[in-house]
Design a protein. Structure first.
Length: 218
């Protein structure tokens, strides 16, 4: 439908006010909220995610598109709640204890939300205990830990170890990322998934929540 492709196109251009108006117009014309979400907003963010992953666009463009997505969701959320449409699943995300960097984490959050995932953002300086408590309280399936300093990376190991201590290791998928983090480090601490960029992180989370992907804790 023309309105849905216009929502997608304007979202990609970051035109938040236009997206908001188009979402309302789509609702007024009788298009289902879930269809607007899937074929308008999420399809637009999918394209943004792919372009970002391929280095065709950069952080500012992603942030502007994400703002437009948020504007559209403001109109859509109450209607989705009424119709009982659920998110694709929940992820708890944060930058680990001792680390105050959040640009990478914020990008991952935006990309995940762009795939219809509900993200509980704990911010920065998050302890292992807090990650786990938030995941339990919110019914999240994935714990996503970010670090930009090599000195704070051991906190990621603590998350994995604390889950084991509590007998919860099989209940959650632990994702890790950040500039100094590597696949080798993931293996050494026993986390489930390492991704090198925000687009890949969102894709992997989407696969896990859909019951696919290389999910070693299933």
């Amino acid at each position: 439908m023309e309105t849905l492709s216009a929502i997608s196109e304007n979202l990609q251009k970051g035109k938040a006010n236009v997206v908001k108006e188009l979402v309302q117009a789509a609702l007024d014309s009788g298009i289902a909220a879930e269809t607007i979400l899937e074929e308008g907003l999420l399809s637009g963010m999918d394209i943004i995610g792919t372009k970002f992953k391929n280095n065709e666009i950069y952080v500012p463009e992603v942030m502007i598109a994400a703002r437009a997505m948020t504007a559209g969701m403001e109109v859509l959320k109450p209607v989705l709640a009424e119709t009982g449409v659920k998110s694709r699943g929940k992820v708890v995300i944060g930058t680990v204890k001792g680390d105050l960097h959040d640009i990478g984490k914020n990008l991952v959050k935006m990309m995940m939300e762009g795939k219809g995932i509900e993200v509980i953002d704990l911010g920065t300086d998050v302890s292992a205990e807090r990650f786990i408590n938030a995941a339990l309280e919110n019914g999240a399936r994935i714990i996503a830990c970010s670090a930009l300093l090599t000195t704070t990376m051991p906190e990621m190991r603590k998350v994995v170890e604390l889950l084991k201590e509590k007998g919860l290791r099989d209940s959650f998928t632990v994702m890790i990322g950040g500039a100094p983090v590597t696949e080798g480090y993931r293996q050494s601490i026993g986390a489930d998934i390492y991704t090198p960029d925000a687009g890949s992180a969102a894709e992997e989370a989407s696969k896990i929540l859909a019951g696919h992907g290389d999910d070693s804790v299933d």
